[in-house]
Each structure stands twice: as structure tokens, then as C-alpha cells.
Ligand binder design. Structure first.
Ligand SMILES: Cc1cc2nc3c(=O)[nH]c(=O)nc-3n(C[C@H](O)[C@H](O)[C@H](O)COP(=O)(O)OP(=O)(O)OC[C@H]3O[C@@H](n4cnc5c(N)ncnc54)[C@H](O)[C@@H]3O)c2cc1C
Ligand SMILES: *[C@@H]1O[C@H](CO)[C@@H](O)[C@H](O)[C@H]1NC(C)=O
Ligand SMILES: *[C@@H]1O[C@H](CO)[C@@H](O)[C@H](O)[C@H]1NC(C)=O
Length: 282
């Protein structure tokens, strides 16, 4: 019940914010001021700019490439994000927040004729051996984060495919380690968040705990921009993994076996991921 209410309020909040900001829908003032303040190294306004082309065309769902942002901005830190949100608000422009662009839905991390906030320049990461906490910015892929923390013999709970991004954890996040450690968002300890009014705040179990609660599963594109995640890291050793491929006429048996695994598996270190692939003709 609580989670349903939270979801409803998250949707209401974001549609309210987007609705209010959408009234004027002229992004040019925002793009001009963003370029003036951040400089051309952190803004792309031309559709022929290679960075613009890359930001626009790196969605997992290629249908989203059809949307043409008025400009793309590349914040380096929370202060940049704060300025960006204030400028967007002042201009009434539409906007979208994009991490690794794997959300498949229209306009969740894509925008037409608005400001696209591309977080991929924010790839800072660190590990604190004394607390075993891992801290990372939102712009890395899970694969990059895993490779980095592996150098400490540690990992973070995140996605199961290399290229997926950190937005995953704001929506919960199913991991191969979830049977053992819960969802990705369960590992959150402290989040740095830029609120829609530009304020930079901390969300944790002791600071802004209601915001912290909302961000653990209901947080993608809902309450603000998360500019830093501090999470509980986990030990990682050798994994045994493999792929099994079956042709489609077996699919009912595979579905049943997956269901049975989820229902009856008692080993918290075991996990399975089942998916359908359509093989195109060579
Ligand atoms: C190939 C593939 C594999 C997947 N595997 C898994 C899996 O193993 N487990 C699982 O749970 N899910 C999985 N997913 C689903 C995935 O979690 C979602 O698509 C998720 O939204 C992707 O996050 P992203 O950062 O890549 O995408 P984006 O589209 O960039 O962001 C997702 C959403 O979060 C918002 N957002 C992103 N970063 C921030 C931020 N810092 N602050 C505020 N809002 C933000 C965006 O506005 C957008 O609405 C998979 C999806 C694909 C396409
Ligand atoms: C753009 O910057 C000018 C000059 O600082 C300011 O007057 C104006 O309000 C800003 N507009 C937006 C949309 O931020
Ligand atoms: C799959 O499970 C359903 C429900 O238990 C059962 O009716 C069906 O026969 C099973 N199919 C196969 C191919 O095992």
C-alpha cells in the first residue's frame, strides 16, 4: 500500500513539475544562458556537434533517437546541475535527465525541443576501505563501476548488463546479487541530490529521510537529480556463470523452469536471468 501511494505521489510530482515547466516551452533562453555559464565545453547546441549526435543516439531503445533536444548540457558536478535546474525553471523549458539511456520509455530520459541533461561526464568514483562504503557519481555504466571496485576486491549491487546505467538503482534495481543483498537501492547509504529549485541536499536515514525513502525505488526523474551515490559495497570473488540458449518452441518449459527457480531456489548465491531474443537473418 505504502509503495503504491509513493508511486502515485512520485508520478504526480514529476508530472506537476513537468507540467508547470512545460507552459512556455521555449528552450532557447535556457540554452543561451547555459552556454554562457558552462561554456561550449559543457554544452552542445548544434545538431551536427559530435557530442550532440552521441547523446541523442545512445539510447538503448533507438526509437528515442527521434527526439531532438534544443541543447545538451554536460554537468561536471552538483553546482553545475543546480545552475542548470534553476535556468531551466526560469526559462520554462522542457528538460530530461539522462544517465546511460537504457530506460525504454518515451521522454523518460529523452526530450524534444528542451534541455537534455547528460550526466555522462560525472564519472567520479572512490572506495573507502575503513567504512567499506563505495561512492560514485551517476555517469558511469555498471560495467565500469564493477571493473573499478573489483580492483579493491569489492563490488556494488547493480545491473546485470555492462552498459546499463545508474538510473537502474533509483527504480529499485535487480542484480545477480539481489538474492543475497536485496535490490540495488537497498545498498544506498547517502545520496547527494539537487532539488528542482537548485538546492543541493543530502538524503540519508538521518538527513531528509523521507526524500531518502522516496529515492529508494521511486526516484528516477521524480524528486531531483542524484549527483552522488554512497552505497554499501560487497565482497566479490569468483563467479561461475554461463548462457544456455533454447529455440522458441521450448519457451513454455523455460518459463516454467524460471518460475520454479524463483519459487524454490534456496541458495542466496544463485541467480538466473531469462530473456527472449529475436535473431535477425544474417
Ligand atoms: C539491456 C537492458 C538490461 C537491463 N537489465 C536490468 C537489470 O539487470 N536489472 C534491472 O533492475 N533493470 C534492468 N534494466 C532496466 C533498467 O534498470 C532501466 O531501463 C533503467 O531506467 C536504466 O537506467 P539508465 O541510467 O541506464 O537509463 P536512463 O534512461 O538514463 O535513466 C533512467 C531514468 O532515471 C532517471 N535518472 C537517471 N539518472 C538519474 C539521476 N542521477 N537523478 C535523477 N534521475 C535520474 C532518468 O531521467 C530516467 O527517467 C535493463 C534495461 C536494459 C535496456
Ligand atoms: C539569462 O541570463 C540573464 C542575464 O544574467 C538573466 O537576466 C535571465 O533571467 C536569464 N534567463 C534564464 C532563462 O535563466
Ligand atoms: C507449465 O506450467 C503450467 C502451470 O503449472 C502447466 O499447466 C504447463 O503444463 C507447464 N508447461 C510445460 C511445457 O511444462
Amino acid at each position: 500500500m505504502l509503495s503504491v501511494r509513493l508511486l502515485v505521489s512520485a508520478l504526480t510530482m514529476s508530472s506537476l513539475v513537468l507540467g508547470l515547466l512545460g507552459l512556455l516551452e521555449d528552450p532557447s533562453a535556457a540554452c543561451q544562458n547555459l552556454t554562457a555559464y558552462l561554456g561550449i565545453s559543457q554544452t552542445a547546441v548544434s545538431q551536427l556537434d559530435l557530442r550532440y549526435i552521441s547523446s541523442r543516439n545512445s539510447y538503448w531503445n533507438t526509437k528515442l533517437n527521434a527526439y531532438a533536444p534544443a541543447c545538451v548540457v554536460y554537468p561536471e558536478n552538483a553546482q553545475d546541475v543546480s545552475f542548470i535546474l534553476k535556468t531551466i525553471k526560469a526559462s520554462g523549458s522542457r528538460f530530461a535527465i539522462k544517465a546511460a539511456g537504457h530506460n525504454t520509455n518515451d521522454l523518460f530520459s529523452s526530450v524534444d525541443n528542451g534541455v537534455l541533461i547528460d550526466l555522462t561526464h560525472m564519472t567520479g568514483k572512490s572506495y573507502d576501505a575503513s567504512t567499506t562504503l563505495a561512492t560514485y557519481e551517476p555517469g558511469s555504466s555498471w560495467g565500469d563501476l564493477y571493473e573499478y571496485y573489483l580492483t579493491y576486491g569489492r563490488t556494488v549491487v547493480g545491473g546485470r548488463i555492462h552498459d546499463v546505467g545508474t538510473g537502474l538503482a533509483l527504480g529499485g534495481g535487480m542484480s545477480y546479487l539481489s538474492p543475497q543483498y536485496g535490490m540495488a537501492c537497498d545498498g544506498f547509504r547517502e545520496l547527494e541530490v539537487v532539488l528542482p529549485n537548485g538546492d543541493i541536499v543530502t538524503a540519508s536515514s538521518t538527513q531528509n529521510p523521507d526524500l531518502f525513502f522516496g529515492l529508494r525505488g521511486g526516484g528516477g526523474n521524480a524528486f531531483g537529480v542524484v549527483t552522488k551515490y554512497t552505497v554499501q559495497s560487497r565482497p566479490i570473488g569468483t563467479l561461475y556463470a554461463g548462457n544456455l540458449l533454447y529455440v522458441f518452441d521450448q519457451h513454455e518449459r523455460i518459463l516454467n523452469a524460471t518460475r520454479d527457480f524463483i519459487l524454490y531456489n534456496a541458495d542466496p548465491k544463485a541467480a538466473v536471468l531469462m530473456n527472449y531474443n529475436v535473431l535477425t537473418d544474417a
